[in-house]
Ligand binder design. Structure first.
Ligand SMILES: Cc1cc2nc3c(=O)[nH]c(=O)nc-3n(C[C@H](O)[C@H](O)[C@H](O)COP(=O)(O)OP(=O)(O)OC[C@H]3O[C@@H](n4cnc5c(N)ncnc54)[C@H](O)[C@@H]3O)c2cc1C
Length: 347
């Protein structure tokens, strides 16, 4: 199996943070996975394209970067089934499907990252989540060295969450993701910015609109390093919503059922006066307050300090705790944000 020592990860994370891994493994076959050493005492991190990852220290842990490639397509009378290797690029997959006349993923165009990472946080945008079309995930379990097949229900998908972030975290590697698309397709125009596309837009038109909306709203990580939405949108109960609405009548909210509502973290950050805020070469994006950007820092710690400040300001103003969507990685492996801040403050 291909591997490398003292490997610089600066080009492997969309925040462009300097970090070095003692060893990086690039497994591309099941035999490679079987041959991975046991990381009993050594922390490790499974890295896709690093677009939802913040390396906090100069020292990263051991990295496993799956390199499973390949896309296979089959069809029945009513459906297409598309099976995709974890290392394939997500946006390239969306484009390929549209070119082949396989529709459904257009609302998820231009989300950076690998196909293997997409089920981990159940990527979502413009009124659609991956869980809508994902039928199964092939997952290599470290302990048994066997491939398990998890169907949609087994994956326990929810908002920016799945079993791979919870019970199966660090217990194995996603090697392949399967999708099923009904041939009877209807555009999903539930998101406000898509509703003026008319009665019958093509999937390509929906994809082009999503791409232009995203390009207008979000900074391109190649030009201004970032990891997209830094915080998850908080979910609160209706009582909290009512009390907030009294003070902030314009507060946007999205009912989730069961007496819960989702709030827009970006709106809360903006109202806390932080849009465009900058310190130590990092900042809150000028046009999209949910995105933290790296103007000139090489140190992930600067982003953590900024994130903590943003979190504190939102808590002080709204009494709502927003939590990061981005994964925080130190030499000790993946860290919980609260523990990480305590560690940094005690330095
Ligand atoms: C500009 C920008 C816009 C974005 N917009 C959106 C958006 O609209 N919606 C959205 O949901 N996200 C968005 N994101 C976040 C990001 O694109 C997604 O989270 C994406 O799925 C990350 O893919 P990655 O390969 O870069 O993952 P990484 O950052 O490398 O890893 C993310 C997580 O997945 C795990 N992982 C990666 N590969 C595997 C594997 N094969 N097996 C097991 N675990 C694995 C990692 O351990 C980590 O926990 C955006 C990011 C950026 C930079």
């Amino acid at each position: 199996m291909e591997l490398s020592h003292q490997f610089s990860l600066q080009e492997y994370n969309s925040f462009n943070i300097k970090a070095v891994s003692p060893t990086i493994y690039f497994p591309r076959t099941v035999t490679d996975l079987e041959q991975l050493p046991k990381f009993v005492d050594n922390p490790f991190y499974i890295l896709g394209d690093g677009s939802n990852t913040l390396f906090v220290d100069d020292h990263a842990p051991i990295i496993i970067k799956p390199d499973f490639k390949g896309i296979s397509i089959s069809e029945t009378r009513d459906n297409y089934t598309v099976s995709v290797g974890a290392a394939e690029n997500w946006h390239d997959l969306v484009c390929l499907c549209i070119e082949q006349g396989i529709y459904g993923l257009e609302n998820l165009a231009l989300i950076p990252g690998s196909v293997g990472a997409a089920p981990v946080q159940n990527i979502g945008a413009y009124g659609l989540e991956l869980s809508h079309f994902c039928t199964q995930v092939k997952w290599f379990e470290f302990s048994s060295k066997a491939i398990k097949v998890l169907d949609n229900k087994d994956c326990q998908f929810s908002y920016r969450d799945s079993i791979f972030k919870q019970a199966l975290h660090n217990k194995g590697i996603i090697i392949d993701v399967e999708f099923s698309f009904p041939k009877a397709w209807k555009a999903n125009l539930s998101y406000a910015g898509l509703s003026d596309l008319g009665n019958n837009p093509s999937a390509k038109q929906v994809m082009d609109r999503v791409i232009s909306l995203r390009q207008a709203k979000l900074p391109d990580p190649c030009k201004l390093p970032n990891a997209g939405s830094f915080f998850k949108n908080p979910i609160v109960n209706e009582q909290k919503l009512i009390s907030l609405k009294n003070s902030y009548p314009k507060l946007p909210f999205y009912p989730q059922g069961k007496g819960l509502v989702k709030l827009a973290a970006g709106w809360l950050i903006e109202q806390a006066g932080l849009k465009g805020y900058r310190e130590k070469g990092v900042g809150v994006h000028e046009h999209q307050a949910l995105v933290l950007v790296n103007y000139a820092s090489e140190q992930g710690e600067d982003i953590v300090t900024l994130a903590k400040y943003v979190q504190q300001q939102v808590l002080a103003k709204f009494d709502i705790s927003i939590s990061p969507e981005v994964r925080m990685i130190t030499a000790k492996g993946e860290q919980n944000f609260v523990d990480l801040v305590v560690d940094l403050e005690s330095k």
